[in-house]
Design a binder for this molecule. Structure first.
Ligand SMILES: Cc1cc2nc3c(=O)[nH]c(=O)nc-3n(C[C@H](O)[C@H](O)[C@H](O)COP(=O)(O)OP(=O)(O)OC[C@H]3O[C@@H](n4cnc5c(N)ncnc54)[C@H](O)[C@@H]3O)c2cc1C
Length: 437
C-alpha cells in the first residue's frame, strides 16, 4: 500500500479551500478543459477521503454545487468512497445534469489535445477511474458522463444521495456553511430521472464543494451563442455568396472558431494527421524540444522553424482554405488585458495546437486582423451582426458574487487561487484508489 505524505494531502486541500469546509474546483484556473476539471474533482475527493480515513476531518453532510463534468465526477467519486453516515446533495441550476455539453453535436471534445504536443496528448481515452470517456462529439461525451454517473446511484448509495435541478435560487454562506436554495428533487432511474417535489430552505453542511463552472460567457451586443450551443459556421454556405465573419477574442474558443470558419472540412480530431501526415511524430518531437526553450510567446519560434518544420503543413493548409468565407480576427477584445497586437495572440492564453493553426492561417493570408475597437472593426469590414462571434471568456467574479452571500469573506481566497494556479491537473491518487462501478 502506498502511503501519501500528509503534506501532499494538505497542499491539495489548501489549493481547493475557500474557507473551512468550503472548496472550489478550478473556478479560477487557466487552461481549463473538461478533463482537467475531472482530474481536479478526483484530487479533491481523494484528499478529503484521506482526511476522513485518518480521522483528521470527517466528510459528514456534503453539498456539491453544479452538475457539470466536475460536479458529477466529484459526486460519483464521493458516492464511491464516502463512509456510512455521510450523505451527498447535488444542486444543479438547469433542468438536467451536464447541461452545458448535452446535445452539442458540432464541437469535438478530446481529453488531452489541449496539452499537445506533450507525450501521450493524442491518446483518445481520458483513462479516468470515475466517469471515463473517450474523444467524441461533446454530446457523446455528455452521454458517457451521464451513463457513467447513473451507475453510482445504487442500492448502497441511493438513500444517501439527493439531487435537485432547476435550482434558480442558490446562495452559500461560507462562514456558516449554509446553503439557501429553491429547487426540484429528482428521482434517478438509470441515466434519466423523474421529477419529484419542489422545495426551498436553508440547510447546514459539513463539506461544500463548489463545481459551478466559470459563469456564463460574457454577454455582448451581438448575441453570440455560448460556445457549446449548436451552430452552423463549420458548414459550407448554401448560397453563392461569400460570407464575411468577425471573430473577436484571443483564447481557445475564438481560435477554434477561426479554424472552423477558414479551414475546409475542418475537424479537430483529424487536422493534425491531415497537415503533418507521417511526419507527425517527428514534428511533435521537435516541437516538444523547441517549445520548452521558446518561452511563452510562440510567434518568433514558429517563424524560425517554418522553413524546416512547417512548410509542408503550410502548403497543405493553403489547399484547404474555405472559399465561401472571409474572416477577420479581432484581437483588441474589450478589456485592458486584451492583445493590442497580432504577436499577443501567440502568447500563453491558448493551446499550442490552436496557436499553430492560427499561425499557418496567418502565413497563408487566410485571415484579416483587426485592432480597432469592436464596433469600428465590424462596420469597416461590413459584417452583419449575426456573423459576429464574440469569444470574450466568462465573468467568473460576477458568478461568484451571485453565489456567495458573504462574498467579501471569501474574495481574498479566490484572488489567491487565481494568483497561485495551484490546482494542478496532476493525478495525486494511486491507481486503484477509487472503486470502479
Ligand atoms: C468558450 C469555451 C470553450 C471551451 N472549449 C473547451 C474545449 O474545447 N475542450 C474542453 O475540454 N473544455 C473546453 N472548455 C471548458 C469546459 O467548458 C469545461 O471544462 C467543462 O464544461 C467542465 O467544467 P465544469 O463542470 O467545471 O463546469 P460547467 O460545465 O460549466 O458546469 C457547471 C455546472 O454548474 C451549474 N451551475 C452554475 N451555477 C450554479 C448555481 N448557482 N447553482 C447550481 N448550479 C450551478 C451549471 O448549470 C453547470 O451545469 C471551454 C469553455 C469555454 C467557455
Amino acid at each position: 500500500m502506498t502511503v501519501t505524505p500528509s503534506s501532499q494531502i494538505d497542499a491539495v486541500i489548501d489549493s481547493f479551500r475557500v474557507k473551512d469546509g468550503v472548496f472550489a474546483v478550478g473556478m479560477h484556473e487557466r487552461g481549463v478543459t473538461l478533463y482537467n476539471q475531472q482530474v481536479r474533482a478526483h484530487n479533491l475527493v481523494w484528499a478529503l477521503s484521506e482526511l476522513e480515513q485518518t480521522g483528521v476531518r470527517p466528510l459528514g453532510r456534503i453539498a456539491v454545487i453544479g452538475g457539470g463534468a466536475a460536479g458529477l465526477t466529484a459526486t460519483a467519486a464521493l458516492l464511491a468512497c464516502m463512509p456510512v453516515g455521510s450523505s451527498v446533495t447535488l444542486f444543479e441550476k438547469e433542468w438536467d445534469l451536464c447541461p452545458v455539453q448535452q446535445g452539442c453535436d458540432g464541437r469535438w471534445l478530446h481529453p488531452s489535445l489541449y496539452a499537445w504536443p506533450e507525450w501521450g496528448s493524442r491518446a483518445p481515452s481520458a483513462s479516468l477511474p470515475i466517469l471515463n470517456w473517450s474523444e467524441g462529439r461533446a454530446s457523446d461525451v455528455a452521454r458517457a458522463l451521464l451513463d457513467g454517473f447513473s451507475k453510482y446511484i445504487n442500492e448502497r448509495t441511493e438513500s444517501r444521495f439527493k439531487a435537485l435541478v432547476g435550482v434558480h435560487h442558490l446562495q452559500i454562506n461560507a462562514t456558516r456553511k449554509e446553503i439557501s436554495f429553491i429547487g426540484t428533487n429528482v428521482v434517478m432511474t438509470g441515466p434519466y430521472f423523474k421529477q419529484g417535489d419542489s422545495e426551498g430552505g436553508t440547510e447546514k453542511f459539513d463539506t461544500i464543494i463548489l463545481a459551478a463552472g466559470f459563469g456564463w460567457e460574457r454577454v455582448n451586443d451581438y448575441n453570440t451563442s455560448s460556445y457549446w450551443r449548436n451552430e452552423q459556421i463549420a458548414q459550407p454556405n448554401l448560397t453563392v455568396d461569400r460570407s464575411r465573419y468577425l471573430v473577436s477574442g484571443f483564447g481557445d474558443g475564438a481560435l477554434v472558431d477561426v479554424s472552423r470558419l477558414t479551414i475546409e472540412r475542418f475537424r479537430q480530431d483529424t487536422i493534425l494527421y491531415e497537415l503533418f501526415g507521417d511526419k507527425l511524430e517527428k514534428t511533435e518531437e521537435e516541437l516538444r524540444r523547441g517549445i520548452a526553450k521558446a518561452g511563452p510567446n510562440l510567434l518568433g519560434y514558429f517563424t524560425r522553424i517554418e522553413a524546416k518544420l512547417l512548410e509542408e503543413a503550410k502548403v497543405s493548409m493553403r489547399g484547404r482554405l474555405r472559399k465561401d468565407t472571409a474572416v477577420t480576427l479581432h484581437v483588441s477584445g474589450t478589456d485592458e488585458k486584451a492583445p493590442k497586437d497580432l504577436r499577443d495572440v501567440f502568447g500563453p492564453g491558448s493551446s499550442v495546437l490552436n496557436r499553430l493553426l492560427t499561425y499557418l492561417l496567418y502565413r497563408c493570408g487566410a485571415i484579416s486582423i483587426s485592432r480597432r475597437p469592436l464596433g469600428e472593426a465590424i462596420s469597416s469590414a461590413h459584417i452583419a451582426h449575426e456573423h459576429v462571434l464574440c469569444r470574450h471568456g466568462c465573468d467568473t467574479k460576477r458568478h461568484l458574487q451571485l453565489i456567495f452571500s458573504d462574498y467579501d469573506k471569501v474574495k481574498l481566497a479566490f484572488a489567491d487561487m487565481e494568483d497561485k494556479q495551484a490546482q494542478h491537473p496532476t493525478r495525486y491518487w494511486a491507481p486503484g484508489y477509487f472503486p470502479v462501478c
